[in-house]
Design a protein around this ligand. Structure first.
Ligand code: ATP
Ligand code: MG
Length: 333
């Protein structure tokens, strides 16, 4: 029996390098060998975009096209829309009894995200909504309603998976062994940094290179990327480890990485030349993805069909799992 994989992306923007190297490379590797459920997490996206429904709506299709363009095969992967699986919302309500508010407030990912969203949630997080604080509970429902055993994610998701395992253990201890504990699958690059040097490249952080960025946009972003600030003149030696340009060379230009590193350390390469080479390598990396994407842009009806079929398949699995959950909870009237 093939194991189930569940993973999700929030339709808050297009895919960026962080998604690709942090999570999607594993999706590509795993799509052949597992039952793969890929959630377009519109309900979760609304927790901090409730006042911008157009953005979420538009990005459901956008992000699906990006995922198809990188090579995910809809014959192997069930692409589904979270809001169309009401069982997830139902299970979230049941799980909300199994987690304390204090535990959610201590979750490091939630804490971090509240701090980044001052405009929405206030300087001290005093305007945090019930929905946002509770999104890890909803994520536990996403995973377990598909009996997701392996979860390919970036490492910002680890505290959320730990929270999910705690809910599973609590559920099983009260209602009897019903649910499996999910395990994470991490990439070799567990977290891709942002153009500004921030620890995480993120859609909501404005520091990302997107897979759809054209040459001009890529050039502008790379030309403005943070480099070793102690390097003043072109032939000053520099420290590649504090330079974001070197950092992205490692991702998309690995075959030349030793040369880039040595020349930088010896002061044999200026930052402008180094940036130009990165722009070329990045453009070459993005080109085939953008070419694949064109096909889906020209055939939006194919994308809608893929989402419909994936959602129908996902719904069946969720309904079966909910029967088991309700039996265990003695609410199977
Ligand atoms: P948002 O800012 O709206 O939360 P995001 O860029 O964090 O968007 P998500 O849709 O939340 O993207 O994340 C989808 C998947 O991509 C998750 O598995 C997450 O861990 C992974 N991911 C996102 N950003 C990075 C990154 N910079 N490095 C590694 N993995 C990442
Ligand atoms: Mg995120």
């Amino acid at each position: 029996m093939k194991k189930n994989i569940l993973t999700g992306l929030r339709p808050t923007g297009n895919l960026h390098l962080g998604h690709y190297f942090g999570a999607c490379q594993n999706y590509l590797k795993m799509q052949d060998d597992y039952n793969f459920y890929l959630e377009i997490a519109d309900v979760q996206a609304l927790t901090d975009n409730f006042n911008n429904p157009e953005k979420v709506r538009k990005n459901v299709v956008e992000i699906t096209m990006d995922l198809l363009a990188i090579g995910l095969d809809p014959k192997k992967v069930h692409f589904f829309i979270q809001s169309r699986i009401p069982e997830i919302a139902e299970l979230t309500v049941f799980y909300s009894n199994l987690v304390t508010v204090a535990r959610l407030q201590r979750n490091p990912t939630v804490k971090n995200e509240i701090a980044q969203k001052k405009e929405l949630f206030g300087n001290q997080g005093e305007s945090i909504t019930y929905g946002f604080l509770g999104y890890p509970v909803s994520q536990a429902a996403d995973i377990t309603v598909f009996n997701g055993e392996l979860i390919p994610v970036g490492d910002d998701q680890l505290p959320l998976l730990e929270q999910c395992r705690e809910i599973v253990r609590k559920f099983n201890s009260i209602y009897g062994k019903t649910l499996n504990e999910p395990e994470q699958v991490l990439s070799t690059t567990t977290r891709v940094k942002g153009l500004d040097g921030n620890e995480k490249m993120g859609k909501s952080l404005g520091n990302a290179i997107y897979l759809i960025d054209d040459v001009e946009t890529v050039s502008k972003k790379i030309m403005n990327a943070v480099t070793d600030t102690s390097k003043i003149k072109k032939d000053d030696p520099a420290n590649p480890d504090v330079c974001m340009v070197y950092y992205y060379h490692k991702l998309v230009n690995s075959k030349n990485i030793d040369t880039v590193c040595q020349e930088c350390k010896k002061g044999h390469r200026g930052c402008v030349q180094c940036k130009r080479e990165l722009i070329e390598a990045m453009t070459n990396f993005l080109k085939p993805i953008q070419e694949n994407r064109k096909y889906y842009e020209e055939h939006p009806e194919i994308v809608h069909n893929i989402l419909n079929e994936g959602t129908n398949a996902a719904k069946k699995t969720a309904e079966e799992q909910m029967k088991k959950v309700k039996q265990a909870m003695k609410i199977d009237y």
